[in-house]
Design a protein around this ligand. Sequence first.
Ligand SMILES: Cc1cc2nc3c(=O)[nH]c(=O)nc-3n(C[C@H](O)[C@H](O)[C@H](O)COP(=O)(O)OP(=O)(O)OC[C@H]3O[C@@H](n4cnc5c(N)ncnc54)[C@H](O)[C@@H]3O)c2cc1C
Length: 337
Amino acid sequence: MEIHAHFSLKNHNTFGIEAKAKKFVAVHSITELKTVLQQNPTEKKFILGGGSNMLLTQDIEALVIHVDLKGKRIVKKEEDFVWVESQAGENWHEFVLWTIDQNFGGLENMSLIPGNVGTTPIQNIGAYGTEIKDTFISCEALSIDKQENKTFFKGDCHFGYRESIFKNEAKDQYIITSVVFKLTKKNHAINISYGDITTELAKNNVTNPTLKEVSNAVIAIRQSKLPDPKELGNSGSFFKNPILLKSDFKKIQQQFPEMKYYDISETEVKVPAGWLIEQAGFKGKRFGDAGIHKNQALVLVNYGGATGQEILNVSKNIQETIFKTFGIHIEAEVNVI
Ligand SMILES: Cc1cc2nc3c(=O)[nH]c(=O)nc-3n(C[C@H](O)[C@H](O)[C@H](O)COP(=O)(O)OP(=O)(O)OC[C@H]3O[C@@H](n4cnc5c(N)ncnc54)[C@H](O)[C@@H]3O)c2cc1C
């Protein structure tokens, strides 16, 4: 385990931004992780997974700890369910594919989301009608200051839309080291009602899909819609879809009757941020090497040489324009560092 000084993070963030870590270390075991924390008690710490949900706007004046803990195992078998544990540093998509290969159901709609397993509870990742909270049992986390282990059960995590305790009360206090999911062994709850999954399956004449077929459909849709960070730097959806009280939304709707929305509760609606950004004329726009993707208005991109600050400026421009135009505040989903 080597600590590197002035380490470039360009290959450790999917935006492909050049920024340096004051110090950088990759840890491959809990023992290594505890040692690093114990040996550097006063150093500021920054935890790094796959770097797919962050915009680096400056160098990181901290010890960057890249959590690279590997391994997965079945921890419990029940008649209909199986409990699977993955270490935090496993790649999420590879883990999903592994569960599908075992015929374990529950994660297939979240195929091809970048990043690591240990990060999934932080923003309660989700796609195509499924969120991590639907299968999450617990995660193990190490406190940064005392190196004490704590188990966070689902009820402790305060999961919400791209939210959890780890983005709020427990922010920057814990390092998640492993996660346990409860998956189906049979009678899989196949969910193809969301987005274009049914259309994609119909192309292949599939009417009663297996887990693998759902996963393949999700992969095909995502590949057709989202830019691959290896080819065009990005961090997925840059903004969250704003949630509004129905009473507030009705007033806005009087002025913009064509505004898209989804009912999410008796009192709230969700407005697609991508639609707002597109209506405000940003889709496909480019400002130097920073821009808005031509097919996905919610995705900000780095055409190569953009700095984090340039991408942040574009995001602020979008936020201000949306607020001026519609009176709606859109919040970043990506962690701005
Ligand atoms: C092309 C693309 C598509 C995407 N699609 C989706 C999608 O459909 N749905 C979705 O929800 N997200 C999506 N994302 C966002 C991203 O993939 C997820 O948020 C993912 O969970 C981030 O994981 P990561 O390991 O890369 O996190 P990182 O970017 O490394 O870290 C994110 C935050 O978590 C902290 N952190 C990292 N690891 C740990 C740990 N072990 N313990 C404590 N804190 C930690 C970091 O300090 C940082 O604040 C997409 C991203 C891209 C690039």
